[in-house]
Design a protein around this ligand. Sequence first.
Ligand code: ACO
Length: 343
Amino acid sequence: MSLRIAPVGVDDPASIDAWVEVMERIQEYEFPYLPRRTRRMAELMLEHAFPARVVEHRLAWLDGEPAGRLEVSRMTEENLKLLFFTIEVVPRFRRRGVGRALFGEVLAYAREHDRTVLVTSGSLSMPDLPAPDEAPAAFAAAFGFTNTLPELQRRLTLAEVDEDVLAGMLSAAQAKAAGYRLVRWRDAAPEELAEGVAYLESRLMTDAPTGDLPLEPEKPDVDRLRRFEEAVAARGRRTFHTGAIHEQTGALVAWTTISADEETPRHAWQQITIVDPAHRGHRLGALVKVENLRFFRAEMPRVEVVDTFNAAANGFMVSINEQMGFRKLAAFQNWQLDLTKDG
Ligand code: ACO
């Protein structure tokens, strides 16, 4: 048996072909409910990097066949001890040491870049949401990972949305949201809102429940926001945003986004929704979310389903989603390994 690990390169079309094939084989087994990631999406991902983050991709070749993939991702301006990674092995090549070899690469990469906390996630079997198998948890346990945070993916089927429920949610929210006005935009934030968006975005990672994950907030930074927006657009994604402005101060205090990819025209993602802590209790989360869904549907009538992720512990957001009609689809576990602690 020969096992070789090699980079996936933006200027190496054969490596991209193999990489896309590996992702397809894994997706049809692990995530058959998601639209296929096309070769074009893969190329655009490699070509247009997000700011303040370095992402590298490698492929494992087993006896000359592409058998698995590794993605390592490290932030460069904060969270300097963390290394995020994904290891996926094509089902027919499993239990032959490919995952272990890719994990060896992760350890070497962590040493090279002085990262001491490894973070990843995998599907999780729950009684009402069975995963394809128990391999992720067994693999994580074999290498000493501890679970940090279960997350659920939920799906809203747009043909089944109950307009009366949404209208009821909106009027209940509006009754508590006097003194706030709504703003909407597509893609890049308007100049006058950019600072507010950068501030809210800097809270994104740490404001939603993160379990035991030692995450630092990002620094608010308009320049980084602009580079992020450019990368999103260059990757062929359209984004739709609704925010709430506190009229007295003019500050943007709530914000939500739905994103859609040109390559997967029937599918969209409800991204994170955030309300500034000083302005909670006014139903702004429900208000921006329901309004944004209406905005999005009018603009993108071909989309059929919208998926979202929530920490299982995020009761507040989960209850808004359930009320809107989002239903459980799959469960995931976040895993963590602190290399400075003895296992
Ligand atoms: N049942 C029990 N133990 C398992 C299983 C399983 N199905 N799969 C892996 N292990 C454990 C065993 O201890 C195994 O050692 P052994 O074979 O000597 O007993 C060890 O993990 C290493 O196994 P590999 O053969 O190197 O792993 P493989 O190439 O099969 O890949 C992986 C495992 C990556 C979990 C694969 O099943 C997969 O791609 N799953 C979907 C993606 C995913 O969930 N990735 C991992 C998330 S968790 C994490 O990365 C820490």
